[in-house]
Each structure stands twice: as structure tokens, then as C-alpha cells.
Design a protein around this ligand. Sequence first.
Ligand code: PLP
Length: 356
Amino acid sequence: MPIFSFASACSKIPEDVLGTLRADVAEWQGSGLSALELPFTDQAFADIAALAEHDLRVLLDLPDCYRVLFLQGGASAQFTFLPMNLFGSASHCDYVESGHWSRRAIAAARPYGDVRVIAGRHGSTLSDAETWDRSPDAAYCHYTTNETADGLQFHTFPEAGDVPLVADMTADFLTRPIPVSRFGLIYASAQKNLGAAGLTLLIVHQDLLGHAQCGTPAPFDYGRQAAARSRVNTPPTFAVIVASRMLAWLRAQGGLAAAQARNEVKSAKLYAEIDDDGFYRCPASSPCRSSISVCFHLPDPALDLMFLQEAQAQGLYHLRGHPDVGGIRASLYNAVPDTAVDALASFMSDFKRRRG
Ligand code: PLP
């Protein structure tokens, strides 16, 4: 029986990529060393990191004025390192509060200065970016493109505005084309669409570098990391190699527009099942439903465990909702295949018929 994982993290890695990684771990390109043993100071690692950056630049059509950083710490660490690096002499920064992860980002920024919450959520609907009360003198304006726990996604990108726009794209990075030039900084943990946990990818406009406040740890000072080509300290070498393999795979799959089309088809299949006859309930209003994090509830939470156990017995793994939200969640990152989604949709239909 095939096993399909819908985990929020770590996510599915394509079979082709896993095959390449097995060979990489056995021996890195005739070097006599495993990929796990490559010194970060070696040219071989510099080459693979450069290849990863090259593929990322091609996928995003990234302008030269943006730097790419390969850091550790996860997006959660960036919640703190962002204000340390970007606050400068501003009196405040602007944050959009749209769900679980943006609330965590807001809480982490508060000790560093005044945080203005410039937009909230209207029940199950995200606020339109045109209604955000953005201030012209904030240090930056932060939002979360996809609220993984809540199943909400901004389907359009805000305009650039007067101050740097900063986005936590952890959940939907590289799942669709991104107008990078509207942003000052984009960050994402790798374990969803870029492979392995341990790597955090930052894309940052060069004008934002070099303003870290005194006391910022060197590995988390964006300017120092950019100057040292992400090698102030040991980068997560194997996670960078995995990311490089994932980026090459994504290019071979047709790039970001093709990924977006596939992800919309996959999520539409599950939403069709959810909307079928009122048995399942989606907490997100239609225009804000995520193509990546499909969240839904059963008529009675007491059925959750039964749903999860029966799904697992059919090879459908890791469907439990975020602990703070409950219910069921299917994460449909780029590498989750159609066959997995078809199997889940069919299971949902069958479960509804039997328990509805
Ligand atoms: N931001 C978003 C949108 C997420 O989905 C997550 C994790 O699921 C995080 C931040 C936290 O990432 P990490 O656990 O790598 O710090």
C-alpha cells in the first residue's frame, strides 16, 4: 500500500530527489566523501550553494539588488532577528495579524519597539491589502502570506508601499510566481517546499543590510552574513544540498507558474469534497482558502480521531490539524502528488458516506 504524507513539516520530497540524495550521501560526486561530510569551507560546497542560488534566481527572476542568505534558526528565529536587523531608528513597525503564525511574529517583535497591528482578520476572511493602515514612517511592514494553521492564504500580493514590505512565506514559498521587487525581505523555512529542516532562506534587498542593532548575534546579522556569503558560521550544509536538488527539480517541473497551476488543481479537489453536502466545514471563507494548507472540521470533534485512524489505515498520514486550531489539515506542498490528493478525496467521500 502506498504511503502518502500530508504533513505540514517536514514535507514530502519527490522520489527523484530522494534518489539523487541517496547517491549524494553515499558519495558526493566522486570525491570519496559523503555529502554529509563536505566541509562548508570547501569549493565543492561553495559550488552547490552557488547552484542553489542560481536556480532560485532563475525561478524567481530575482533582480541583482537582492541577496540570498542561507541561515539557520527557522522562521521562528527570524521573527526576532527581523526587528533586530531592520528596526534601525524607527519608532515603530507595522504588522498584519492574520492568524497563528503572524501572532507569533508580532509577539516576538514587541520587545524591540512599538508594533502597530495595521490589519486583522474578519472572521474567516483576510483583510484586503488595500485596506491595511500602512504608515509611511514604519521600519517595515510585515505579513504572512499563508497562515498554515488556519488554512488562509493571501492570493494577491500587496503593492510595495513607502516602507519595506517583509513577508513570512514559509508555507507557500515557491508554490507560485512572486513579484519579488515589491518586497524588502522574504523569508521561509526550508522544510515545506525546499526539502529539509534546518535551513532558513532569506531574500533581502541590499539596501536593508548593515543596519543590525548592537548585540545582534553575528550568525543572525543579515549584513554580516551577506558579506560572508552565508558563512559567518557553519551553514546547514546538507539542508542546502537538499534545497539545491529541490530547486533543480522545481525547474524541471516547469517552474513557478506550473507549480501554481498544479497546486490549485490539487486543492480544488479537496475543497470540492469539503463543499459537497455540508458534512465537512472549512474555517476559511472561499476567497481566502489556501491552495497549500487545506483545513477542515468534521461535524463533531469526537470524529477527528476516527477520521485520522481510518485515513492512516489507508496510507494517508499526518492529517491532524495544528494543535491550537484542531480539526484536519492536508498540506499540499509542491511535492505532494496528484495520486495522494485523489486518494484523500476518495477517502473523504467514503468517510462522509459512512459517518454522515
Ligand atoms: N511561519 C509559518 C507561516 C509557518 O507555517 C511556520 C511553521 O509551520 C513557521 C513560521 C515556523 O517555522 P519554524 O518551525 O521553521 O521556525
